[in-house]
Ligand binder design. Sequence first.
Ligand SMILES: Nc1nc2c(ncn2[C@@H]2O[C@H](COP(=O)(O)OP(=O)(O)OP(=O)(O)O)[C@@H](O)[C@H]2O)c(=O)[nH]1
Ligand SMILES: [Mg+2]
Length: 227
Amino acid sequence: MSLLWQARFFTTVNHLRDLPKLQVPELAFAGRSNAGKSTAINILCNQKRLAFASKTPGRTQHINYFSLGGAHVAQHRKDATRVDEIRALLVDLPGYGYAEVPGEAKLHWNQLLGNYVQSREQLAGLVLIMDSRRPFTDLDVQMLEWFAPTGKPVHCLLTKADKLNRNESTNALRQARTVLGSYVDASGQPFPFSVQLFSALKRIGIEEADAKIQELLGFSEEQSAAE
Ligand SMILES: Nc1nc2c(ncn2[C@@H]2O[C@H](COP(=O)(O)OP(=O)(O)OP(=O)(O)O)[C@@H](O)[C@H]2O)c(=O)[nH]1
Ligand SMILES: [Mg+2]
């Protein structure tokens, strides 16, 4: 059983000023609308309707937070002592690139997203969700470039890998590694970017993603220290 299975809904945020004040590491799922962020969170947390997944693009319109640790937290959310048991937060970000969002709302989201990924101190890293059939769209690249200067890790999930055959999967992964490897900092060092194939439908890459997420949240270090 993964620690992620303890995930519970924590809160919904629409303005940066309302971000949780908890000092625990958080990991955010970013990506284009409809790429499969909410579905990935649900499958990794082994819950059907934790994050709201939908056939309608643009479904996730706010920043939704899920807590890990203190599995009974949801029932006692107003009880401050319970909040102390939360060890980490998972964050479902609104998808970008959804054409039918009216201009002003789109601007609001983009600013919210950009500010959030660049300035959120307790953000341990980003899980960048991209459709394996069309990864690295302009907006994905913008997200990578916003985040790269923080020096924090980005783990990319190439989702809906069930839509690719074996050959296409291998190529998609290889190409993605090449793109990510082409980013280097001022001293020529690569950024801490990684990538894998993923499918919620065919359960491809779930263990790999789970292990990576726990590593990014610092859980795996804790476990090996305890051993
Ligand atoms: N075939 C296939 N479809 C998937 C997979 N993951 C998600 N989908 C489908 O893709 C659609 C969008 O999934 P969501 O998880 O809601 O996408 P999202 O990134 O959260 O979208 P927004 O909330 O709009 O940003 C849904 O119809 C899902 O069923 C997958 O691994 N394989
Ligand atoms: Mg969503």
